[in-house]
Design a protein around this ligand. Structure first.
Ligand SMILES: Cc1cc2nc3c(=O)[nH]c(=O)nc-3n(C[C@H](O)[C@H](O)[C@H](O)COP(=O)(O)OP(=O)(O)OC[C@H]3O[C@@H](n4cnc5c(N)ncnc54)[C@H](O)[C@@H]3O)c2cc1C
Length: 396
């Protein structure tokens, strides 16, 4: 078979490799950018999640656990940096203890290995500069170089005879009786099947396929500060707040990255363009579409207070500092320097709810990955197995 994949992010490349490896198919990956991993894959926290938070039985819970094991092995085989630095979810007040207890229960329900509940003293043995009344420790939560994984996956695709065509934006597609015709850049290509892993571009390609469906991507920017100089030594691994169960994003946390930087963030503000990496990035066509979606308006009506707080926080270094000092009080204003952020592709349903789980739609010969937010980088190799295993995706 001749399979086309839209998107050379970590998910599209993992799918391409899996299709080529297990089905002997010829694969062609198309991306509009001039490099692989240009969007979410190259702009994230770099955390290999162990699967603590997710609804037991969900795709996220299963594919995160499987994906972590596959990724660890893949990184070892290809000598890609991967480090089990461990993660603490910290309750900073007694009022957060019940939430922390629920996290521990959920982690056990998801069979996350090595989970331990720590008191205030024990948590300082793991992170000596962190304060809190209690914590949940996940020793196998790791950090990895996701862009390096994406680059290696692209090499795997090439080694199986497939191609990764960069600077090839998909502009139009048409399903015919025998396949899918795609206009990418200035080339016309024909595939037996097309699998769309286009992240922030998902809706655009879904519309071309006639499968707009009942969800839309709403872009949520995550902004970060980085710790400067010696303040990096105050954090050994990953320090997270007890998450608010009403929101899928995990709250500002401290993250050691594989290159030695320590990030403070990300927050979550609605971006003013699908690829809105800063407040200056405004695309009126994107914005009109995002605001015209009933789901966006309902989401805004429900969560406007949080939205306003996040926007004000986005402007103020003090809010990041306060969030970080809650866990590491030795940090000062001078320790935080602004650094690049990323934009999450979050699917929002018509009723204004944010899709929690990974979502995949099969629309004739076109398979659309509709929602692949965090932990999709962690889960990418397992998502690929899952998609290739869906009989409707690759049978003629
Ligand atoms: C701030 C932030 C923090 C995160 N932290 C983590 C984390 O710590 N751990 C984790 O596991 N996950 C994390 N994630 C989530 C993770 O980064 C994503 O889930 C994952 O990268 C999704 O990969 P993807 O391949 O689906 O999307 P992308 O990497 O966005 O790739 C989609 C590709 O499609 C291409 N494309 C779009 N439209 C077209 C078109 N018309 N034609 C051709 N190409 C097109 C784009 O150029 C892009 O390269 C985070 C995300 C963000 C934004």
């Amino acid at each position: 078979m001749n399979i086309g994949i839209v998107g050379a992010g970590i998910v599209g490349l993992a799918v391409a490799r899996e299709v080529a490896r297990t089905r002997g198919a010829t694969v062609t990956v198309l991306d509009k950018e001039d490099r692989v991993g240009a969007h979410q894959t190259g702009h994230n926290s770099g955390v290999v999640h162990a699967g603590i938070y997710y609804q037991p039985g969900s795709l996220k819970a299963r594919l995160c656990r499987e994906g972590m094991a596959l990724l660890r092995q893949y990184c070892a085989e290809h000598r890609i940096p991967y480090d089990e630095v461990g993660k603490l979810v910290v309750a900073s007040t007694a009022a957060e203890r019940p939430g922390l207890r629920r996290i521990a229960e959920r982690a056990r329900a998801n069979q996350v290995p090595g989970i331990a509940e720590l008191d205030a003293l024990a948590l300082r043995e793991v992170e000596p500069h962190t304060v809190g009344v209690a914590a949940v420790h996940s020793p196998h939560t790791a950090i990895a170089d996701f862009p390096a994984v994406a680059r290696r996956l692209a090499l795997d695709v090439a080694e199986t005879g497939g191609s990764v065509l960069l600077s090839h934006p998909v502009r139009a597609l048409r399903e015919t009786a025998s396949g899918v015709e795609v206009l990418a850049g200035s080339r016309r290509l024909r595939f037996d099947r097309l699998i769309v892993c286009a992240g922030l571009g998902t809706d655009t390609v879904a519309r071309m396929a006639g499968g707009a469906g009942d969800v839309r991507i709403v872009p949520f920017r995550g902004e970060y500060y980085a710790l400067a100089g010696a303040s990096k030594d105050l954090v050994r691994g990953l320090i997270y707040p007890v998450p608010d169960p009403r929101y899928p994003f995990l709250g500002v946390h401290l993250t050691r990255r594989i290159d030695g930087e320590v990030l403070v963030g990300p927050n979550a503000v609605m971006a003013l363009a699908l690829e809105g990496y800063s407040w200056g990035d405004v695309d009126l066509t994107d914005l009109r579409r995002i605001l015209a979606w009933e789901g966006t308006r309902r989401l805004a009506a429900r969560h406007w207070r949080t939205g306003v707080r996040e926007v004000l926080g986005s402007m103020a270094k003090g809010s990041f500092l306060a969030a970080a000092r809650r866990y590491v009080p030795e940090l000062t204003r001078a320790d935080l320097v602004r650094t690049a952020g990323g934009v999450r592709a979050q699917a929002v349903a018509r009723d204004g709810s944010m899709l929690d789980d990974f979502a995949i739609d099969v629309h004739g010969r076109v398979t659309l990955v509709r929602n692949a937010p965090s932990p999709a980088a962690t889960s990418s190799l397992a998502i690929a197995r899952h998609i290739v295993g869906l009989t409707s995706v690759l049978t003629r």
